[in-house]
Write a protein that binds this ligand. Structure first.
Ligand code: ADP
Length: 395
């Protein structure tokens, strides 16, 4: 196996920049996923590694070799795509071994490699089946086995599970993780599905508009997103965002004030416009205050729609002015609406007056103008350093 290094990769199609100056390194044996919305440049970046696309600028290294000008077949990579494209008139053995036979490997070596690969993807006993006799998941495993027999330095996978139904996709996620572990393989994986990226990868590379936003382990992207885009893209349902202005002891929004110690936020001054981000699971009912280490003062709200999911309930809540219906806005973008999640045993109904609190240690602040993260989690007001203005909350 080998590491992969991208150095200032840019790809332009005419006026359009599909990939914008991306540099990153995938370690030997690492599973790295490119994730982002459709059109963000994931596949194009991957194609520059595969050699299917030449970058306009930048270099690609596999192992210690600069492979930028090399043909795909000379790069030591094997690809698995969304569309597996098996030969319908060939059985599984012939499909898996096709590339090896083309390269004139001797029969014994071909058989050894095919049987080993079939064993890894659990297709033993199916080698004489025709593709038409197999399920989508089994066909996808043939595609993966076809990549394994080539004994590549790097596996490149572009949405390999996208055509499978939801249940099979979840199953194949665990299979791919097992495969990665067993082969100690370097894997570069492309998906638009943040859940797929979160569950399988050592690190995820979040892309938007052709630019690398963050590359980090999944939980780092989740807990410490580098900007508003990553914060909103990683995690489902999405993080709530509320725009406001910093005041001395809080964040003032259109509808409510969040009491937090703005002196604890690096790089800002009172009067700055910031966006608060808080995940649904970090919004709590004030009656459960004791379960939250450091909470904000209660904020008045009203429940709107409830979505029971079985293991949790999502609740859309309307805040202050919107409670009397005077500020109805598009729920998807309204700053007057937040999504919270509660356990299913919580006694709560639609159109109920409630008070919410936010877990201060889980509040993210972003610079509104740039979207850049300022701070993740804000220290308790009571831990205020001497010399700063005391507030009611300190007494
Ligand atoms: P993703 O894989 O994230 O969906 P792509 O890498 O496929 O995104 O595409 C990135 C951008 O580059 C898109 O705007 C797409 O339209 C453009 N693009 C990709 N391939 C070509 C091409 N062959 N010719 C022109 N534009 C392309």
């Amino acid at each position: 196996m080998a590491r992969v290094r991208l150095e200032n990769i840019t790809k332009r199609y005419g006026e359009e920049t599909a990939v914008d100056d991306i540099s990153l390194e995938v370690e030997d044996g690492e599973f790295v996923t490119f994730v982002g919305p459709s059109g963000c440049g994931k596949s194009t970046t991957m194609e520059t590694v595969a050699g299917l696309t030449q970058p306009t600028e930048g270099r690609v290294y596999i192992g210690d070799d600069d492979v930028t000008g090399l043909a795909p077949k000379d790069r030591g990579v094997a690809m698995v795509f969304q569309n597996i494209a098996l030969f319908p008139h060939m059985d599984v053995y012939e499909n898996i071994s096709f590339g090896l036979r083309l390269r004139k490997y001797d029969d014994e070596e071909v058989r050894r490699r095919v049987e080993q690969a079939a064993d890894i993807v659990q297709l033993e006993g199916m080698l004489d089946r025709m593709p038409a006799e197999m399920s989508g998941g089994q066909q996808q495993r043939v595609g993966i086995a076809r990549a394994i027999v080539r004994n590549p330095d790097v596996f490149l996978m572009d949405e390999p599970l996208a055509n499978l139904d939801a249940k099979l996709r979840v199953h194949m996620r665990t299979e791919l993780q097992r495969l990665h572990r067993e082969l100690d393989a370097t894997v570069v994986y492309v998906t638009h599905d943040q859940a797929e990226a979160m569950t399988m990868s050592n690190r995820i590379a979040v892309l938007n508009n052709g630019k690398l936003q963050q590359i980090a382990p999944p939980l780092v992207c989740y807990n410490e997103p580098t900007n508003l885009f990553v914060a909103g893209f990683i995690g489902s349902p999405s993080m709530n965002f509320v725009e406001g202005t910093l005041i001395e002891d809080g964040l003032e929004t259109n509808n409510f004030t969040v009491d937090l110690d703005s002196t604890r936020v690096p790089g800002v001054t009172v009067g700055d416009d910031v966006t608060m981000g808080v995940r649904p699971e970090d919004v709590h009912l004030s009656r459960f205050e004791e379960t939250v280490g450091s909470s904000t003062a209660p904020i008045r709200a009203q429940t709107d729609v409830l979505e029971p999911m079985g293991d949790e309930v999502f609740i859309y809540i309307l805040l202050s002015e919107s409670v009397d219906g005077s500020m109805k806005q598009d729920p998807a973008t309204s700053p007057n609406q937040l999504l919270m999640s509660v356990t299913p045993d919580t006694a709560i109904e639609a159109n109920e007056e409630i008070e919410i609190i936010l877990d201060r240690s889980k509040i993210h602040l972003f610079e509104t103008a740039t979207g850049d993260a300022l701070v993740h989690g804000i220290t308790d007001l009571s831990e205020r350093e001497p010399g700063t203005t005391p507030t009611e909350a300190d007494s």
